[in-house]
Design a protein. Structure first.
Length: 273
């Protein structure tokens, strides 16, 4: 599976050369020692795919990009704190703040890259109105994504929360649950595998795409383009100004990367403003 994905990523990178040639490299970053690869942790889709696209931009500046793919949201931050990574690219700022608080970390955002609208999916029902009374809904179990999921369900008219748009509410903060929905919270990465067994599940877009779901087509409800949950490039305070990290941030926000995101994901992933 990973070999096939690697082939696809390399093919995508080659296909993007036209974009990159048109945009050119970042000429202002200081050329680092090419013998020290920039080690970046990412989830497979879309983050690692986007990193593959900017690999040629960095290579033009003498930077070797070493991408390490993870299937969870914890280890990329742990390994960054331990200096086994130089940066990571997979998370929103609320998730980062939650991690720092829980783990005593001091990781910092470097640049906002894209938005992945969160979606409610079902294999049993084709529209929101079909969800039965007492339907079982699965939510991600980390606090930032649980609260975000509940806000999505509120915007879909399924529940009402006590604290309006507060992003860190829990199931205990549900004020009105007109359909008597029941909730189960599990690790975000495992939710696509559970989807066929339940009435509905809120799935992060990176895991939805990895599972072959099309957010714009398959989601019963989807966050809008105005979602505040931007995915960031993240580093440590001691290396956030490293020229290699700065060059990566510039490449990820380049017109080449933005054009690739728009073409590849067709609105399922949206470049940040």
């Amino acid at each position: 599976m990973f070999a096939r994905r690697s082939f696809l990523l390399n093919a995508a990178a080659l296909a993007a050369v036209g974009f990159i040639a048109a945009c050119g490299g970042n000429k202002e970053a200081v050329a680092p020692d090419a013998s020290k690869p920039l080690r970046v942790g990412a989830t497979a889709v879309p983050h690692a795919e986007i990193l593959e696209i900017v690999r040629p931009l960095l290579a033009a500046e003498g930077i070797t990009l070493d991408i390490k793919v993870f299937n969870d949201y914890v280890q990329p931050n742990v390994q960054l704190l331990e200096k086994r990574l130089d940066a990571n690219y997979f998370q929103t700022e609320p998730y980062l703040k939650e991690f720092n608080t829980a783990r005593g970390g001091d990781l910092v955002t470097v640049a906002g890259i894209h938005v992945e609208p969160l979606g409610l999916y079902s294999k049993k029902h084709t529209k929101l109105a079909d969800l039965p009374n007492g339907a079982e809904i699965v939510l991600p179990n980390d606090a930032s994504n649980t609260g975000r999921s509940l806000l999505l369900l509120q915007s879909a008219g399924l529940i009402t929360l006590k604290k309006g748009e507060n992003p860190l509410q829990t199931v205990a903060d549900i004020q009105d649950n007109r359909k008597g929905l029941t909730f189960r919270e599990v690790e975000a990465a495992t939710i696509p595998r559970i989807l066929p067994q339940v009435d509905g599940a809120v799935i992060n877009t990176n895991y939805a795409l990895d599972a072959g779901l099309s957010p714009r087509v398959d989601a019963l409800s989807l966050e809008g383009a105005d979602s505040p949950y931007v995915n960031y490039l993240v580093a440590r305070p001691d290396n956030k100004d490293d020229p290699r990290v700065v060059a990566l941030a510039n490449a990820l926000r380049s017109e080449a990367a933005r054009a690739f995101i728009a073409q590849k994901y067709q609105g399922a992933v949206i470049p940040a403003q």
